[in-house]
Write a protein that binds this ligand. Sequence first.
Ligand SMILES: [Zn+2]
Length: 339
Amino acid sequence: MLPISPSRADHVAESLAVAPLDMAAAAGKLRLPAGPVLNREDIERVHSKDFTAALYGESPGGKRSLLEALLNAWELIDEQGRPHRYEPEQATRPLEELFEKVLVQVGGTYFACRLALEAEGFCYYLGGGLHHARYEGGTGFCLLNDIMIAARKIQAEGRAALVWVVDVDAHKGCGTAELIHLARLRGELRPPDAAGNTPLPRIFGLSIHMARGWPLDEETLAKARPGHAPLIPSDVEIPIEAGGEARYIPELAEGLRKLKRLSQAALPDLVIVVDGADPYEYDGLPSSSLLKLTLEQCVRRDRLIYDYFKQRNIPQAWIMAGGYGERAWEPVSAFLSTV
Ligand SMILES: [Zn+2]
């Protein structure tokens, strides 16, 4: 009952009259065997061991733990534990199958990074963008954080050391920010101000988003989800107040300059762009209505990012992220038609 249009990717591809590369073809192009590209280690590199065990039905709750993780991530239960925007008796498939779907989505984001790196160019993935998924579990329709799983896997394989995440979804990239922060605390990523020549990989994140609305501010979120850690800001955090659309493009341009300063003037080996279409004025999700970019502004936003990295020869992996209702495909299509 969520306003997620299953045909969004098809609309984009049809409007551009291109045949997208599918997952199997992407695997072939990268000379990878068909089948799952991600393993449990890739998830545990980013998310907590307890959460991972729950997903694989190995926690004390058994299979019920996976179901609960899914219900939480898609917010399908209310505070009293009753179904919300979800009618289990109307289900045509077991909800648990969503886990497999999410693993495929996360694998797609990884493929997009690999293809972008391989071509030293640009790859747009018509999926992914699960930026709300946090260390201990999923939230905001995001079960696993594909951005961080892909970035950390790429780094672990030695394909990139410095990765930037540029998140322009209407909603704050709170899960990604938390996962970057926690990885730094564990000593797995280098902090922004550490001098010296430590070989640790680095990830810096930018998020430009609605100042208010979902995901809720810290206080409201803590109330809504007792026991959750407070939200952590991104390295470059750009909240836009309602009515502040004219500030959007200049602030984003300044944000890219800040990312470079944080990186001690180094440019990334790879950028992952979380290209939410939900700031679009015709987006169908009520909780994204506090930011209303026109189609022209959405395209200018995307071109600003695309041109910045293209001019510097930096591989760019774009993922589609948020976008709801019948017109969510329009900003993606309008941008891609200019590339
Ligand atoms: Zn969003």
